[in-house]
Design a protein around this ligand. Structure first.
Ligand code: FAD
Ligand code: NAD
Length: 462
């Protein structure tokens, strides 16, 4: 067996692991990254990027089929035809470009990359089995970045017709009918995309509302859009089994009903990848099913670090990346802690939802009296010119000193406003800071400016 020695061994090449390795390499730390599948992990291969590619393609196809919107701008075209195999090939080409790019970045940072499954021997040693044989790696620091995998339901095991998100993103044709179990991030994003691609979609959610993570005011425009797309929704409902093209569901009234569904997408959450590779041989303190970490991503074992989905919610690529960068800097001797004011959350539904910091209710519970300012996109010129003016920006601030506690928005393209929202919170902005900043015209960001003015009691354009 080959033996390699290094300062930092990163297990997992997703956004957490590859960023940790790149930063460690940049800082001059001798680093090895081991990846069992493809560089880029869930995010680049079967998550963020392919899902957003599909959402874009679905939006384009649907836009061409929206006669009223096209007619309004004087555009008429023949019936659009979608070659879905080419859509998938295009999506895959973006994935390949990005994953190859990660390999180049790792090389540039002088990181040694091994493709194979790492098995942990102890807190400093792992073996890797690859096509080229077995390698033993001894490291001073071990970074666990093994990510997560989809959860299946006992009566709906993944197979030909029961799909995980990975399977749904790899379909080669659009199903005629699709039942989506779980109205969280994945169910709603992909459910809407497949409805736009022409599938008859039904969404089944166990809790009493869709997208339970977000407050009802934020999800209302999405619920309206689901109705426009003829997506049926069943909340407070439980999927039972799939047989003969039908999904049986116990509805909120406890009555059982059958939903026509060629395929079923099960999107009821993801679990940490913690077994099957020797992790249990380490004496790690767990937090439920996740690896417990402190504010520096240190685990209960010295020089063993954990980042990303394996450490629990929120399971977001940008959190994993921020943790990875931080851990590399700490190993290099830097003084860092994960003490961000907020981690932005975006749901790429139609319309998109952004939430940064506290909601009005959360802010009230934590800080007492608050000011809330809203500005609707129907009063925003840019939204009108984009033919999509449903939604609003909402800002929440302390009533006493006007320090901003949370910013949320729902509307077409609002994901791109998230950076301004996060920056305002990280910089400790007050309402006046936003109100006194010139926001370019005509942009959606003017609604952010106006929401701060509204919270101060003097909006200009409503
Ligand atoms: P992962 O990306 O899961 O990477 C872990 C890697 O470790 C994998 O490549 C795996 O092969 C490897 N590995 C595991 N065990 C071993 C081993 N023993 N040896 C070697 N390698 C191993 N997040 C967002 O922020 N925005 C989005 O829009 C978004 N969309 C998503 C859409 C979908 C459909 C899904 C499923 C997820 C989405 N996410 C999104 C979540 C995001 O993908 C994850 O939060 C992110 O990928 C977590 O990064 P990670 O590095 O912790 O783990
Ligand atoms: P999720 O936690 O977002 O949603 C799961 C939903 O399934 C919840 O609403 C839950 O109430 C429901 N549910 C659970 N059991 C059920 C059952 N038996 N029947 C019906 N409904 C049931 O999980 P997800 O959508 O699978 O996504 C997994 C993770 O991936 C998320 O936590 C998120 O962090 C990440 N993700 C993020 C994005 C993004 O940032 N835009 C996109 C996709 C995924």
């Amino acid at each position: 067996m080959n033996e390699l020695r290094c300062k930092v061994l990163v297990i997992g090449g997703g956004p957490g692991g590859y960023v940790a390795a790149i930063r460690a390499g940049q800082l001059g730390l001798d680093t090895i990254l081991v990846e069992a599948g493809r560089l880029g992990g869930t995010c680049l291969n079967v998550g963020c990027i392919p899902s957003k590619a599909l959402i874009h393609a679905a939006g384009a196809a649907h836009g061409l089929r929206a006669p009223r919107a096209l007619d309004a701008i004087g555009l008429s075209i023949g019936p659009p035809k979608l070659d879905y195999a080419r859509t998938i090939a295009w999506k895959d080409s973006i994935v390949t470009r990005l994953t190859n790019g990660v390999g180049v970045l790792l090389k540039k940072a002088k990181v040694r990359t091994l493709l194979g499954t790492a098995t942990i021997v102890d807190g400093k040693t792992a073996t890797v089995s690859a096509d080229t044989g077995e390698t033993r790696i001894v490291a001073e620091h071990l970074v666990l970045a093994t990510g997560s995998e989809p959860v299946e339901l006992p009566t709906l095991k993944f197979g030909v017709d029961i799909l995980s998100s990975t399977d749904a993103l790899a379909l080669t044709e659009v199903p005629q009918s699709l039942a989506v179990v779980g109205a969280g991030y994945i169910g709603m994003e992909l459910g809407i995309a497949f409805a736009k691609l022409g599938a008859k979609v039904t969404i089944v959610e166990a809790l009493p509302k869709l997208l339970p993570l977000y407050d009802p005011e934020l999800t209302q425009p999405v619920v309206r859009r689901l109705a426009d797309l003829s997506v049926e929704t069943l909340v407070g409902a439980r999927a039972i089994a799939h047989d003969n093209g039908a999904l049986s569901v116990a509805a909120a009234d406890r009555k059982e009903r059958a939903i026509g569904a060629d395929k079923v997408l099960v999107a009821v959450g993801r679990r940490a990848r913690t077994s099957g590779f020797g992790l249990e041989t380490l004496d790690l303190t767990m937090s439920g099913a996740f690896v417990r970490i402190d504010a520096t991503c240190a685990t209960s074992m010295r020089n063993v670090w954990a980042i990303g989905d394996v450490t629990g919610e929120p399971m977001l690529a940008h959190r994993a990346m921020a943790q990875g960068e931080m851990v590399a800097e700490i190993i290099a001797g830097g003084k860092r802690a994960f003490d961000h004011v907020a981690i932005p959350a975006i749901c790429f539904t139609d319309p998109e939802i952004v939430a940064v910091g506290l909601s009005p209710n959360g802010a009230k519970a934590a800080h007492g009296e608050v000011r809330v300012g809203h500005f609707p996109f129907r009063a925003n010129g840019r939204a009108m010119t984009l033919q999509d003016d449903d939604g609003f920006v909402r800002v929440v601030a302390r009533a006493d000193n006007h320090v901003v506690l949370g910013i949320q928005a729902v509307g077409a393209g609002v994901s791109e406003l998230s950076a301004a929202f996060s920056l305002a919170l990280e910089m400790g902005a007050r309402l006046e800071d936003i109100a006194l900043t010139i926001h370019a015209h005509p942009t959606l960001s003017e609604a952010f400016h106006e929401s701060a003015l509204a919270a101060l009691g003097h909006p200009l354009h409503i």
